[in-house]
Design a binder for this molecule. Structure first.
Ligand code: NAD
Length: 494
């Protein structure tokens, strides 16, 4: 359904908080204030589920699975429910897009053109696996039949971050549900509302109650209780590397649960001096780092540029940064949103200040800006004169900050790119095909984009990091397979 993004009054968005468990709303105890990032206003509160309601959600999911009306339902019927759910998301775009824009850093324009339709499509994409990906007949002795039987895991826990709240529901849950599992999802406590709305729509689409449950709450209470719960068969987590490591340790100690971890990044964008058009490369680099104000795991925050073109490219990127229009997410012409919270903006500022004190200089940006009420905004920033040991170059900032390093030749470029504890993604700009192919081989990252930056709308390409950027994949056939477990059967009939 085509919807045009328009300015709207955020006061008209009154979200419904709580938990959505077993097809019904639950209020629960505790009150976590939820703020609009764009102006810092509190506009709702959510309870903190804690052990008791997590237990209720997991037991509801187990009961729903045991009833057999999902995993054992004809796969095409399961697929139909997921497609109906996607259609309801599209039909609900006006509500969903506003919920997303008010409550997160996603602008209304991005929410209408990307977050809602792309999320809906994720459910369609994975629905198509439901009746097409099964087990295998294994080549064994002629008097035996060998089978590899793919089975759903049971109840999968999904724990999501705040930076793309709606997309994360599709990333973390669509494959799991299509494969016949039940899900207990905990969205970030900073951005809970769009996931709760999707839970209501799931039941309207015909999904049995208890198959998709959303519990609200903090990570250290509710998130931790979910991971530890004995009824959870697998945990799929997206968030910071530090929390991911804690989740993995807890999974090991509480039932040896398998995990998928989509974690942080510090992604390089490499530019060689054989590129055709420096203006379009500059635009690509700028949108790769400043999109969503840098709050993207795959933000291309390290520019590695061949020395001869460095000054000209940096000048052009700075010009792109100056053109960005900062504003609240409910304005349709905003293309540079706020930082999610004051605490996060202060953290970004402190890292930039330390880099400046250590000898870096800001070609553009470098500090907080006042844009709308108590919203936390940070200028798009380009830092030069950095060295490879600086925190600003090595650590994930999760803000709109690009560092610039120069190289002389290809080997130095690849070495700089790989000099990171992260390995999520990299961009390469070159008109030399051989060089692009060598980059594909040599870069130690989970995704390489050549002469573009960022994921496409294709769900078929898996996403996930090397090194400390994670374990396993979201999207693609690989993520569907990771929501199944495989049983070997050998039948003698000689
Ligand atoms: P975070 O790690 O602070 O929190 C992520 C989620 O984990 C939240 O829902 C939080 O409540 C929960 N959590 C916190 N402590 C927990 C615990 N002990 N047990 C269980 N759950 C717990 O991350 P964030 O600040 O919300 O998101 C930003 C991070 O997410 C960045 O590092 C970013 O790179 C990463 N991210 C990665 C990808 C990817 O695909 N690799 C995508 C988006 C974001």
């Amino acid at each position: 359904m085509a919807t045009v993004a328009e300015d709207f009054d955020p006061a008209t968005v009154v979200p419904r908080g709580g938990h959505y468990i077993d097809g019904a709303w639950h209020n629960g105890r505790g009150a976590i204030a939820v703020r609009r990032p764009s102006d810092g206003q509190v506009y709702g509160e959510i309870p903190d589920a804690g052990e008791e309601l997590v237990d209720l959600a997991v037991r509801s999911a187990e009961t729903a699975i045991a009833k057999g009306d999902w995993a054992r339902r004809a796969p095409r019927e399961r697929a139909r429910v997921l497609r109906r759910w996607a259609d309801l998301m599209d039909a609900d775009i006006a509500t969903l897009a506003k919920l997303e824009a008010v409550g997160s850093t996603r602008t209304i324009t991005s929410a209408v053109n990307w977050d809602v339709p792309f999320s809906a499509d994720g459910f369609r994409f994975f629905s198509e696996f439901a009746d097409k990906h099964g087990g295998d007949v294994a080549p064994t002795r002629s008097d035996h039949l060998g089978l590899v039987i793919a089975e759903p895991i049971g109840v999968i826990a999904a724990i999501a971050p705040w930076n793309f709240p709606l997309n994360m529901v599709a990333y973390k849950c669509a494959a799991a549900l299509a494969a016949g599992n039940a899900v207990v999802l905990k969205p970030s406590e900073l951005t809970p509302y769009s996931a709760l709305r999707l839970a209501e729509l799931a039941v309207q689409a015909g999904m049995p109650a208890g198959i998709f449950n959303v519990v609200s709450g903090f990570g250290h209470t509710t998130g931790d209780a979910i991971v530890r719960h004995p009824g959870i068969g697998k945990v799929t987590f997206t968030g910071s590397t530090r929390t991911g490591a804690a989740v993995m340790a807890s999974c090991a100690m509480n039932g040896l649960k398998p995990v998928t971890l989509e974690l942080g990044g510090k992604c390089p964008q490499l530019v060689f001096d054989d590129v055709d058009d420096l203006d379009s490369v500059a635009e690509c680099i700028a949108s790769g780092v400043f999109g969503n104000a840098g709050q993207v795991c795959t933000a291309g925050t390290r520019l590695l540029v061949q020395r001869g073109i460095a000054d000209r490219l940096v000048e052009r990127i700075a010009a792109c940064a100056r053109r960005l229009k900062a504003g609240p997410t409910w304005r349709a012409d905003t293309d540079f949103p706020p930082i999610i919270s004051t605490a996060q903006a202060e953290r970004v500022g402190a890292i930039v200040d330390r880099a400046l004190a250590a000898g870096a200089s800001a070609v553009v940006g470098g500090k907080r800006m006042e844009v709308c009420g108590a919203g936390a905004y940070f200028e798009p920033t380009v830092l030069v004169d950095v060295d490879g040991g600086m925190e600003a170059v090595r650590g994930e900032i999760f803000g709109p900050v690009l560092t610039v390093q120069r190289f002389d030749d290809e080997q130095e470029a690849f070495a700089l790119a790989n000099d990171s504890s992260y390995g999520l993604a990299a961009g390469v700009h070159t008109s030399d095909l051989g060089r692009a192919l060598r980059a594909l081989r040599q870069l130690q990252v989970g995704s390489v984009w050549v002469n573009r930056y960022g994921r496409s709308a294709d769900y078929i390409l898996p996403t996930g990091g090397y090194k400390q950027s994670g374990i396993g994949k979201d999207l693609g056939r690989q993520s569907y397979e990771s929501c199944l477990r495989y049983k070997a059967a050998l039948i003698a009939f000689g």
